[in-house]
Design a protein around this ligand. Structure first.
Ligand SMILES: Nc1ncnc2c1ncn2[C@@H]1O[C@H](COP(=O)(O)OP(=O)(O)OP(=O)(O)O)[C@@H](O)[C@H]1O
Ligand SMILES: [Mg+2]
Length: 460
């Protein structure tokens, strides 16, 4: 007697499946609960219950224990195994403590006795419904964030990059200082530009300074400016990059390289929003957002007393980690197309990568990350004969992978890809399985199965 009481087709209605072999119970409960606005489906045995779960999105099951054929306890086990995300409330006319304990152990949300006032059931459903609502709002908020990302040069759709884009959209509108960490070539500067682009400062300057590329003595005047005659060679006054970036964003690359003296001055600027040029007694207002980057572990520098702890905490209010390319292999195809389209080939039109070439690119480890991929592709584009990159156009380190290719059976590649995608989603979501499920677009039950199949870690 499974009845399809439609779910609006869009999963916006909280849907309850009532499972009971007594038609009278089914009908009275259905009438009572439908009045509260929930969508109600019913099934009078275990088989129909499982069929309904297969064909519909159900949020809560009210399950009777004593039923002819497969009983409620066994049905509960099946539901928990196949749909671990669905809440189940056991309802029974013959409540025993041992049965209640067993049901809770299997994973029922609650165990209620049929004779009890119906308000108890109503309250319990309301709690579960409110939790469901909250979760949906969070998901909607996250999706909104990802759809709001519109900085095209930052290419990638892998789970770690999706996570990164969400973070950028959320953090950008605030004025908080951001520390971006990650290996060389992972796109830290690009992330800083994306933050600027999504902030209210987007129409004001974005100024980048590589602190490692400039001598200690010059760095101070470069940042804070100087008075005329402040030091030998200071023929005229300079306002410095902090004031040049007023109302905009100042990106300090390799911040771990700056001296303790400049660190102290920078801390004052961040805290007081003022700048005092070298050789001057005057201070100037400076409304600048600082985004810093490092490929070192700054906490190690703090431990060695080469980086001020107070400055570290000040700049790392929000820390963003740029994922290495080897952890987002599924982006190689997109990145390759993007890079090749931006560089002219020998023939004057963009080159494309052959499938064999893409295969090698996606199996290389990329210690130099996207910058290395960029260099390899630009070099290959220049040398390719007909604008179609072949394995022979690639550097020797990549060509060596051709040998490995021959030993590997082809049929494993889909599974390997799937395993990689799941591993990436788990890492990117910090092992939050609900978040990983959302990123991958699969059910939680499927995720559990795949984690087992590929022998992956459940947690960090
Ligand atoms: N997600 C991405 N999409 C497109 N291009 C990217 C991406 N990430 C990095 N790149 C490109 O890779 C190169 C290196 O990026 P970037 O300079 O931002 O890296 P970085 O992390 O600052 O490196 P370093 O630590 O060496 O300064 C640039 O050409 C950049 O455009
Ligand atoms: Mg950089």
């Amino acid at each position: 007697m499974t009845e399809k009481n439609n779910l609006n087709g869009d999963n916006t209605t909280f849907t309850i499946l009532i499972v009971d072999d007594e038609v009278g119970v089914l009908n009275s409960l259905k009438r009572f609960l439908a009045r509260t606005g929930y969508c109600i489906l019913v099934a009078d045995n275990s088989e129909k219950c499982l069929a309904t779960l297969t064909n519909n999105t159900i949020d809560l099951v009210l399950l009777d224990l004593k039923m002819p054929g497969v009983d409620g306890m066994e049905t509960l086990k099946q539901i928990r195994f196949r749909y671990p995300e669905i809440n189940v409330i056991i309802q029974t006319g013959h409540g025993g403590v041992s049965e209640a304990v067993q049901a809770m152990k299997i994973g029922a949300s609650d165990f209620l006795i049929k004779g009890e006032p119906v308000e108890i059931l109503q309250n319990r459903i309301k709690q579960i419904y409110q939790h469901w609502l909250l979760e949906r709002e969070n998901i909607a908020l996250r999706n909104l964030n990802i759809n709001q990302f519109h900085y095209e040069p930052l290419v990638g759709e892998s789970p770690p990059i999706q996570h990164l884009k969400q973070l950028i959209v959320r953090v950008a509108p605030t004025d908080t200082t951001v520390l971006i960490q990650g290996e060389s070539g992972t796109g830290k500067e690009l992330i800083a530009k994306a933050l600027h682009h999504h902030s209210d400062r987007r129409d004001k300057p974005f100024i980048a300074l590589d602190c490692a590329a400039i001598s200690e003595s010059l760095l101070e005047s470069e940042l804070f400016g100087h008075e005329k005659g402040a030091f030998t060679g200071a023929d005229c006054a300079s306002q410095g990059l902090i004031r040049s970036a007023n109302f905009g964003t100042l990106f300090l690359d390799e911040i771990g390289e700056i001296s303790l003296q400049v660190q102290a001055k920078l801390l004052r600027t961040i805290q007081e929003r003022t700048v005092r040029p070298v050789g001057s007694t005057k201070t100037f207002n400076a409304n600048v957002r600082i985004v810093a980057a490092t490929n070192r572990n700054l906490l190690d520098e703090v431990a060695r007393s080469t980086f001020r702890q107070d400055l570290y905490y000040r700049i790392s209010t929000v820390t963003i980690t740029a994922p290495p390319l080897r952890e987002r292999g599924s982006d190689i195809g997109l990145l390759t197309r993007y890079i090749l389209e931006s560089c002219a080939s020998y023939h004057g039109k963009p080159a494309v990568a052959s499938p064999a070439c893409l295969d090698l690119l996606s199996r290389y480890d990329w210690p130099g990350n996207v910058r290395e991929l960029d260099n390899v592709l630009r070099g290959a584009a220049v040398f390719s004969d007909n604008g179609i990159l072949q394995p022979d156009d690639l550097p020797p380190a990549l060509q060596e992978l051709k040998e490995v290719n021959r030993q590997e059976p082809k049929k494993t590649s889909v599974a390997a890809f799937e395993k990689e995608a799941i591993k990436n989603a788990l890492i990117a979501s910090n092992y939050d399985r609900k978040e990983a499920v959302r990123m991958l677009g699969i059910s939680e039950a499927t995720l559990y199965r795949k984690i087992k199949k590929y022998n992956l870690k459940y947690s960090d």
